[in-house]
Write a protein that binds this ligand. Structure first.
Ligand code: PA5
Length: 336
């Protein structure tokens, strides 16, 4: 798992190539919406896409994390079905509805039923390499596979320069977070979190999506409950919960980056102070790079490595996800 987390740069490149080389992608003319369907580790690529492009795309981009496609999805919608295993019930249900409604579909998968059904129906597939230790460890494939395809369709401008910077930033960071490095921020953060409850904050947009990613990586790799919240929203509710004494046993990690809206950036110190007064311990970490892709993925890599080191510190193998497997088996009735 750690090797995969630290190998994110190569994975992004491979995913991009897979996305760019897909043939017979749907026509983008007269499209009115883009919808990404996917669950868990595969749905997260939709969250990243939305955070990265929602302010720059001429079309609305929605993310569906359930079995139902919104009513507005029709012939003028692009539906990206994202499932690393290709066997996820909710994503397959969206795929079926999208087929029935004549949506323009692209599947992003390493195979499974989604790959098979796409092949049977002539739906283009971004063919992801298999072998990642779980969908959450395939973020580079899933995100850049989807990005490569929508770039080919002309929906987003070329990401070549951003991908180059992102790869450089991630390669440098991977060296710093290598298990052989004693002065290692991810190990340090893991030890600091220890047995406490982690709450991860980020600014609306890429900060917030990185915070959610940290939360799920801490859940699945470190096997702990963890929570994420977004600024400025949390200043309108959660902040009240950081009342006197309530913060004991909690740590707050604020994920910061240089592209935060100035009004949102101003809120961090004031919000952190309130949480500290309640007894929570806090730390800030900063994204690397100039472009949004590098920033959000550097935060994601740091969160991934921190969660893996914390799992190991707590005596767990970070890779297995028994609770998810158990639920899928219990609910099994065909698609999982
Ligand atoms: O982390 C995980 O393993 C899960 O969140 C899965 O990603 C989720 O259950 C969906 O499976 P898939 O990504 O294969 O569609």
């Amino acid at each position: 798992m750690l090797r995969t987390v630290l190998g994110l740069a190569a994975q992004c490149q491979e995913g991009y190539t897979a996305g760019r080389t897909v043939r017979e992608l749907p026509d983008a003319s007269s499209l009115s919406s883009v919808v990404v369907c996917g669950m868990g580790g595969s749905g997260v690529s939709g969250d990243f896409l939305r955070a990265l492009y929602r302010d720059r795309l001429a079309l609305p981009l929605d993310v569906v994390k359930g079995p139902e496609l919104p009513e507005f999805c029709g012939r003028e919608s692009l539906v990206l079905c994202s499932s690393y295993s290709g066997g996820t019930a909710e994503t397959l249900a969206c795929f079926e509805t999208a087929s029935q409604r004549g949506c323009r579909i692209v599947s992003v998968t390493a195979g499974g039923a989604l790959g098979e059904r796409s092949g049977e129906r002539g739906v283009p597939v971004v063919p992801l390499p298999g072998g990642a230790p779980g969908p959450r460890a395939a973020l580079g494939y899933l995100l850049f596979g989807a990005l490569g395809a929508i770039e080919s369709m002309g929906l987003v401008p070329s990401i070549t320069a951003d991908l180059e910077e992102t790869s450089r930033v991630l390669e440098d960071l991977a060296q710093e977070l290598d298990p052989g490095e004693a002065d290692n921020l991810a190990k340090d953060l893991a030890a600091w979190i220890g047995e406490r409850v982690a709450v991860v904050w980020g600014a609306d947009g890429i900060g917030s999506v990185a915070a959610s990613r940290w939360k799920t990586e801490l859940n699945e790799n470190a096997k702990i409950p963890a929570f994420a919240a977004s600024l400025p929203e949390l200043d309108h509710n959660e902040v009240v919960g950081w009342s006197e004494g309530a913060g004991k046993g909690f740590v707050i990690l604020a994920l910061r980056h240089d592209g935060e809206h100035p009004e949102v950036a101003k809120r961090f110190p004031a919000s952190i102070q309130i949480a500290e007064e309640s007894g929570a311990e806090t730390r800030e970490v900063r994204a690397r790079g100039q472009c949004s892709l590098a920033r959000v993925l550097s935060l994601a890599m740091l969160g991934g490595a921190t969660s893996v080191y914390l799992g190991m510190l707590r005596g767990f193998d970070p890779t297995p996800i028994e609770a998810i497997d158990r639920l899928k088996a219990v609910l099994e009735g065909g698609d999982r």
